[in-house]
Design a protein around this ligand. Structure first.
Ligand code: IMP
Ligand code: MG
Length: 173
């Protein structure tokens, strides 16, 4: 059966916000190069759109992580499923993620990446659900704060489906 999905953030709203974030990031990193790390798979649509809006030089790398334990709740222990191709030494790293929920994934991942000696690491997330936070995560660039609802689209999935929706939607139960 098809799920019914209602629009939470339209394609226009998302695109407009990404353009604003791109401008803000370009200004903050003026004279520098950004090493953009996309967290697969959810971050990929956002990372591509964002990278196109950044005017300073950008290099791209990809990482896939999963947390141990059951799949619905983040355990906080991150397993690297696909590691980065390149080292981070002396780079200005910008992590691009789809959503910060409990915060456990990034709370664990950021110190792991700092051990690789980048110049600095900043975090950019398209969405954040502050009501769900269990551990603190500093989000340097945020698209939208959203309420505690399960969302899909723009990279976010429900059982691997709906990543390709051009908007952020909520599955109606
Ligand atoms: P956390 O911040 O460690 O709890 O985990 C964040 C990850 O959980 C995200 O990268 C998503 O993959 C997934 N996630 C959290 N909330 C949602 C949602 O509403 N829709 C789809 N995936 C979600
Ligand atoms: Mg994710």
């Amino acid at each position: 059966m098809e799920d019914k999905i209602s629009v939470l953030l339209s394609e226009e709203q998302v695109d407009e916000r990404i353009a604003q974030l791109g401008q803000e990031i370009s200004k903050d990193y003026e004279g520098k190069e950004i090493h953009l790390i996309c967290i697969l798979k959810g971050g990929v649509f956002f990372a591509c759109e964002l990278a196109k809006r950044i005017s300073v030089p950008v290099s791209l790398d990809f990482m896939s992580v999963s947390s141990y334990g059951n799949s619905k709740e983040s355990s906080g222990i991150v397993k690297i499923v696909k590691d980065l191709d390149e080292g981070l030494e002396n780079k200005h790293v910008l992590i691009v993620e789809d959503i910060i929920d409990s915060g456990k994934t990034l709370n664990h991942l950021i110190p792991m990446l700092y051990a690789r000696k980048p110049k600095d690491i900043k975090l950019c997330s398209l969405l954040s659900k502050p009501d769900r936070r269990e551990v603190e995560v500093k989000i340097d660039y945020l698209g939208f704060e959203i309420p505690d609802a399960f969302v899909v689209g723009y990279g976010l999935d429900y059982a691997q489906k709906y990543r390709n929706l051009p908007y952020i939607g909520v599955i109606e139960s």
